[in-house]
Design a protein around this ligand. Structure first.
Ligand code: FES
Length: 112
């Protein structure tokens, strides 16, 4: 039974072999975004995996969708099945990142 750890929150869930990272992420409440509900259409479920030895190899469809991101450790959580322990980084939501950057800029301008 693979253990999947989601960063940055360090949430770990034990799943059945073959479970997708999207399903594991839902169980861990890891905040993986999706609009197509796992149909490899929205590309919102991108996650980063540094060591993919616990994962099934990337299929052709996933490789085509990710393009050069596949060489940078990105995987589509909905298409990636785990068969061993793995650590997954969930990128920050772009909207939250933009708000955080704006707040930091405002605090800097206000001298806080
Ligand atoms: S959930 Fe839409 S591409 Fe993975």
């Amino acid at each position: 039974m693979p253990d999947i750890t989601f960063m940055p929150d360090r949430q770990t869930v034990r799943v059945r072999p073959g479970t997708t990272l999207l399903d594991a992420g839902r169980r861990a409440n890891a905040g993986i975004r999706t609009r197509c509900d796992g149909k490899a259409a929205c590309l919102m479920c991108k996650v980063i995996v540094e060591d993919d030895t616990g994962l099934a190899p990337m299929n052709r469809n996933e490789q085509l969708k990710l393009g050069s991101l596949s060489e940078m450790g990105y995987r589509l959580a909905c298409q990636t099945r785990a068969f061993g322990n793995v650590t997954v980084t969930v990128p920050e939501d772009p909207l939250k990142a933009a708000v955080r950057a704006l707040l930091a800029k405002q605090q800097e301008e206000d001298g806080i």
